[in-house]
Design a protein around this ligand. Structure first.
Ligand SMILES: C[S@@+](CC[C@H](N)C(=O)[O-])C[C@H]1O[C@@H](n2cnc3c(N)ncnc32)[C@H](O)[C@@H]1O
Length: 256
């Protein structure tokens, strides 16, 4: 495992406040697709939410009636989650889950699987889900193909942030969780869901601060970049509210 991946929880811990304040939620359609592709009703389901972070995905699952155990390696990220939800929240490595075999209906990775070991994590998930259960990974992303201002914003970030990962990079794709699940014999289905985010400019900038590629840059450089984005985006949205085209990619692997 490379250093960037091994240390990702430390990077996120540094920006847990910004993450909690400004990362987008997931649309209702994501949770409906999760039920449809997995064949599992969230209401009453036992879910292990791996890389739960500040709890965006965990709260989405809890709100739909799931019994969730949140797992994360970041102490500060988990502290934010605990402040807003009273489900079990365990500081642990998602590659080595501290739960029994066959205990879960679902193991979920929202915006997190790419930070884990691709083979170990999926093998652990398969151990933890019951027969007929499922493993699911999903990621929100901006959709720069739908708005020139967003494409320009992402190109500026790609040019200025050495660790930028995102849809304007040549050859970029969502993390290959579908292939990893298929390799261990799960029956995989995936889907893209378009949605639109309405967000205040200042929250959009705070969201940018919480991305790992920015969280690992020197503070003064980040401030300069964000001042530039505030000016550029303020020209496009003078009322200070952005309409952002988004996409969620969801992959679900069914067991048995
Ligand atoms: C981008 S956040 C996703 C948070 C949340 N699921 C969401 O929907 O916003 C990724 C999270 O994965 C966690 N993480 C990274 N490596 C991990 C590992 N090996 N085991 C458990 N969590 C891990 C990080 O600490 C971070 O909180």
């Amino acid at each position: 495992m490379n250093e960037r991946i091994a240390d990702s929880h430390r990077v996120f811990d540094r920006v847990s406040q910004e993450y909690d304040a400004a990362r987008p939620n997931y649309p209702e359609a994501l949770y409906l697709a999760l039920e449809n592709l997995s064949g599992i009703k969230l209401d009453g389901a036992t879910v292990i939410d791996v890389g739960a972070g500040t709890g965006i995905s965990t709260r989405g699952l809890l709100d739909r009636g799931a019994r969730v155990v949140a797992v994360d390696r970041g102490e500060r990220m988990l502290a934010r989650l605990r402040a807003r939800s009273d489900c079990p929240a365990v500081l642990a490595d998602g590659n080595d889950l501290p739960v029994g075999t066959g205990v879960a209906d679902l193991v979920t990775y929202a915006q997190s699987w790419h930070w884990l070991d691709p083979a170990l994590s999926v093998a652990e998930a398969v151990r933890v889900v019951r027969d007929g259960g499922a493993v699911a990974g999903w990621w929100n992303s901006v959709d720069p193909g739908k708005a020139d201002w967003l494409a320009a914003n992402q190109v500026r970030l790609a040019e200025s942030c050495p660790g930028y990962i995102g849809p304007v990079l040549p050859g970029w794709s969502m993390p290959p969780i579908a292939a990893a699940m298929s390799d261990v014999g799960l029956a995989v289905a995936d889907i893209w869901i378009d949605w639109t985010r309405s967000v205040r400019l200042e929250d959009f900038l705070t969201d940018l601060r919480s991305h790992s590629y920015m969280a690992s840059m020197p503070g003064d450089v980040v401030e300069e970049l964000l001042a530039r984005e505030r000016a550029e985006l303020g020209r496009v949205f003078p009322d200070g509210r952005l309409t952002v085209p988004m996409r969620v990619y969801l992959a679900v692997g069914r067991r048995g």
